[in-house]
Design a protein around this ligand. Structure first.
Ligand code: SF4
Length: 330
């Protein structure tokens, strides 16, 4: 039964991740962006661990491609493009093999075989496109580095007038030093992205993705060096006879933009704290007009919001088959 005793919200940050779903932290980009999308959804998915989802083709394919690209770019991976492709393939296969055979078909369709074929096509095409070292004008300074840091906010102060410390966790794909062009010598983060959308459209969208700005802040804080940009390494998925496509794009951020991102994260944490303390998790503001429909499907919790949390409705939900990670790759 709900406790209706009034509480007084404060601006203290969440004390601990006590009730958070295993594998997630309240300080990662995925948790923050889910909360921004819909606090109620965040509460269902991460605090109460409700889910109807099994394996997701984009997530498995994205993870496999990431594993392949990680190996492809690793300084210890030697040889020409074909040899690097083979080593990358082994890493990608390992991820895809984790899907149990029983889960490789869905409604009679063999999604796993099609995904497997596409991932290998993407890796082969990547090696063909960037096989010449001259096409990769950077030096790798670090790959898949975890961070767990606390950064003072520029403009949000606590009751004693001190900057609130924002804790951030996550893992960037890479930290690289550019070797060509006007930005030669600069350190930027490297992010591998897979998409089905138009590449130019995705570049514009990724520039607004708070995850990239967060990684710049974190890399700068962790390495005490200026990091003001991200190299997007985008792979467009093949479809039927359409081949995969590739694009690399450097995007940069101003000091003001990064400061704004940091303040935004602090505001999200304060809002989460109020929800935690009051037990009130607001719904997506326009939930009844269709904004619960994202990425070509309705939110999986629609029935709970629309018809209430009966035992029958809750019975549809179960823990996901896969163990989630904090920063799912797409
Ligand atoms: S159905 Fe809409 S309001 Fe309800 S949890 Fe999902 S996104 Fe939020």
């Amino acid at each position: 039964m709900r406790d209706d005793t009034p509480t007084t919200p404060t601006t203290e940050l969440p004390p601990a991740e006590a009730s958070l779903k295993a594998g997630f932290t309240p300080y990662g980009h995925h948790a923050d962006s889910l909360f921004q999308e819909c606090p109620q959804k965040y509460q269902y998915a991460l605090r109460r661990n409700l889910s109807t989802q099994g394996y997701s083709t984009p997530l498995v394919a994205g993870s496999a491609l990431h594993a392949g690209l990680h190996v492809y770019h690793h300084p210890s991976t030697k040889g020409d493009a074909s040899l690097k492709f083979l080593q990358a393939t082994i890493a990608a296969e390992k991820i895809m093999d984790e899907v149990p055979h029983a889960a490789r078909t869905f409604d009679g369709e063999n999604w796993w075989d099609m995904m497997h074929f596409d991932v290998l096509r993407m890796l082969r095409g990547y090696a063909d496109t960037y096989g010449d070292p001259a096409h990769t004008p950077w030096i790798v300074r670090g790959l898949e580095e975890d961070f767990d840091i606390e950064v003072p906010t520029p403009r949000i102060l606590d009751k004693d007038g001190k900057p609130i410390l924002v804790r951030m966790t996550g893992r960037w794909d890479g930290l690289i030093e550019l070797t060509e062009g006007p930005a030669a010598g600069a350190l930027v983060t490297l992010e591998h992205k897979t998409t089905s959308d138009e590449l130019d459209v995705m570049v514009r969208r990724y520039r607004l993705d708070a995850q990239n700005a967060r990684y710049c802040i974190a890399a700068e804080h962790k390495h005490s060096k200026r990091v003001r940009g991200v190299m997007l390494n985008i792979v467009k998925k093949p479809k039927g006879t359409r081949k995969p496509m590739y694009k690399r794009q450097l995007i940069t951020y101003t000091d003001e933009e990064l400061a704004h991102h940091l303040d935004e994260i602090a505001v999200i944490r304060i809002q989460q704290s109020i929800c935690d303390q009051t037990g009130i998790w607001p719904r997506n503001g326009q939930w009844f007009t269709g904004s619960c429909y994202r990425n070509y499907r309705w939110c999986e919790f629609w029935s709970l919001c629309a018809y209430g949390e009966s035992m029958g409705a809750l019975a549809e939900f179960r823990p996901p088959i896969t163990e989630p990670t904090d920063e799912p790759k797409e």
